[in-house]
Write a protein that binds this ligand. Sequence first.
Ligand code: DX5
Ligand code: ZN
Length: 224
Amino acid sequence: MQIQILPSLLAADFGALRAEALRAENSGADLLHLDIMDAHFVPNLSMGPDVVKMCKQAISIPLSVHLMMTRPDQYFINFIEAGADTLQIHIEADCDVPKTLERIREHGAIPGITLNPETPAQMIWPVLGIVDEVLCMTVHPGYGGQSFMREVLPKIREIRDYANANGAEELGIMVDGGIDEATAVECAQAGANLFVAGTSLYRQPDMVPAIRRMRQMASEAFVS
Ligand code: DX5
Ligand code: ZN
């Protein structure tokens, strides 16, 4: 299973966003993660399509765009046009989620389904066949710099086991929130292979060894 590291731009210096996107790419990131918040689904506002577009022009690694929005169905096209390569929407969104995931793929991006910490795994079983990846939130979405919620680990294992038992061995399982080297190892043991990390990577003066170590440690710990 491919292990990938995604620095989250939310933790970057917003006074130098272009340089910070480049720093992630030049430090060996596999993808760049961008958090889109609508001040409704979560109590915060972050960035919009123009920031995605700027990143698309600045760097060449793929962009993972996480839509923390009540109505992703009304906005996903703007983000695909801006350059999103993978789009993660929430199962808790107030729209026709399966249809929106299908439309994301029709418009040329890779769809992913996201669940909040309290949402049971079974909620996503009906859409597993139409997504390439599942994003398990390991904090309550809305802010960077929060503490990892260890109670999500059994759900990650439940999703990996269910995928393996249902012919979806290639499903990507992404974790997001409070991810550092230690928590990445715990998530990899539970079956996660895609690691979003904001604070723990962007606060490093040199992100190169931090990304390399996180990828190495998660690779060694991963249990399929
Ligand atoms: C939280 C966002 C995360 C956030 C993670 O709502 O979805 O992507 O940037 O930040 P850290 O790694 O600092 O917890
Ligand atoms: Zn995110």
